[in-house]
Design a binder for this molecule. Structure first.
Ligand code: PLP
Length: 423
């Protein structure tokens, strides 16, 4: 017994000393990251790993990673909560921690029940499977929604669901007459599918983090109620929407039947999402989760992080929104005037290049590498990582790893890149 306690203490110390420092956020590591330590990561565009070509030494290179809030990392309090959950020897606590996360989410959203799932994509797919319960049922999704564009057609592949699209407007909403016209009322005439579901996305990723107006949600819900449909919100970043609108999330979600929220984006948890809705919906969702391989073991470590994410990481989202706006303003103020900037409401910024010879990919490449003369001009090399994005734009995303100082570094680098276009 003594030996067991001793060895678990030694292991705990090992984790604290060896594993924990690798999880320190960028800014706590002085925002100076060796290029050799840069890890390649998922990209919607497969642009791969930027190559370091500059003359500077790795020690003086600052990296500001604006590719995605999915690259956020747990802060010190979250890491402590995870370690505590990891070493809880009471196996009953395993379930309790997950239950606590689910209950916390349900309470926050004023919904009956909630279910932890490994990813936002799986949460949305499960929602589609449960709402559209018969093969060939139909859902209406935004033509630029994550579900439609980036979900590999999972709803068709795995759920046998027929999707029709509504045109996504610049603020992420739909034209309500068009939405209405998409509903098939002919069922059970054998020519028609049965329309069951309307999906909305809030905040809207492709539209640059736009927040759906509450009046729009109210009208969508009224339309759905008139036609006997359900409304599901892909709320991967619904907490950003709530912060931007200065309302509790339940004010937004009163207009939807179900919602998925990502814990692993701006909220900083390493993995996970939660699906919330009515109790019978969540019971069915739990069955689908198992069928999809999403009922994973030892989730208390993730649930502990998720609970802290929802309870303690929401208020700071405001800082991400502020930083995104600061950078947007710098783009607008830039001389030469190279940039057209979309409305920024939350942590995602989308902008276009007005200079025809500078494509989004070329701009990202210039931002992502250290160039000759840069260290002399700026005092250090700066690599700012961003993605070329949908609609010939560039996307930059703020999260808890990006401080106001990092944002200023990104501004400096942008001005340096832009100065090369001065006549
Ligand atoms: C709006 C939106 N929904 C869903 C997802 C999918 O989440 P996950 O990466 O956890 O599968 C993303 C991911 O970026 C997203 O932006």
């Amino acid at each position: 017994m003594t030996l067991k306690i001793f060895s678990s203490r030694v292991f705990f110390e090992y984790l604290k000393r060896v594993l924990v420092p690798t999880y320190q956020p960028l800014r706590q590591r002085n925002a100076s990251v060796s290029v050799a330590g840069w890890r390649s990561a998922r990209s919607y565009h497969n642009i791969g790993r930027p190559k370091y070509r500059g003359p500077g030494s790795a020690a003086t290179i600052r990296v500001v990673d604006l590719r995605s809030d999915a690259f956020s990392r747990p802060g010190p309090a979250m890491r402590r909560a995870m370690l505590k959950a990891m070493f809880d020897e009471d196996l009953m606590r395993e379930e309790e921690t997950v239950d606590e996360l689910q209950k916390t989410t349900a309470d926050l959203f004023q919904m009956e029940a909630a279910l932890f799932v490994p990813s936002g994509s799986m949460a949305n797919l499960i929602a589609v499977m449960v709402h559209c319960r018969e093969r060939g049922d139909m859902m209406i999704v935004g033509d630029q929604s994550h579900l439609h564009i980036f979900g590999q057609g999972g709803s068709a592949q795995l759920a046998g669901v027929h999707a029709t699209t509504a045109t996504t407007l610049p603020d992420g909403s739909f034209d309500l007459d068009q939405l209405d016209s998409k509903i098939r009322h002919g069922y059970p005439d054998p020519h028609y599918p049965r329309t069951r579901l309307i999906c909305v996305e809030n905040t809207h990723n492709i539209k640059g983090g736009r927040v759906l107006p509450l009046t729009f949600l109210q009208e969508v819900r009224a339309l759905a109620d008139r036609s006997g449909l359900s409304v599901h919100m892909d709320g991967a970043r619904v907490m950003n929407a709530a912060v931007a609108q200065r309302v509790p999330p339940s004010t937004i979600l009163q207009h939807t039947h179900t919602v998925s929220v990502c814990l692993s984006k701006g909220l900083g948890a390493p993995v996970g999402a939660v699906l919330a809705g009515p109790r019978d919906f969540i019971s069915q969702a739990a069955r689908c989760r198992k069928a999809l391989g999403g009922m994973i073991w030892k989730t208390s470590v993730l649930a502990a992080a998720g609970k802290l994410a929802l309870l303690e990481m929401v208020d700071r989202l405001e800082e991400d929104h502020r930083n995104a706006k600061t950078f947007a303003q710098a783009l607008l103020d830039c001389d030469p005037p190279l940039f057209a900037v979309d409305t920024v409401e939350t942590n995602i910024l989308r902008f276009h290049l007005k200079e025809p010879s500078l494509s989004p990919a070329e701009f990202c490449d210039r931002m992502g590498q250290v160039w000759e003369g840069e260290e002399a001009a700026l005092g250090h090399g700066i690599r700012v990582l961003m993605f070329p994005f949908f609609g010939n734009s560039v996307r930059a995303v703020w999260h808890l790893g990006i401080s106001p100082e990092d944002t200023q570094l990104a501004v400096q680098k942008m001005q340096f890149v832009a100065s090369q276009f001065l006549n």
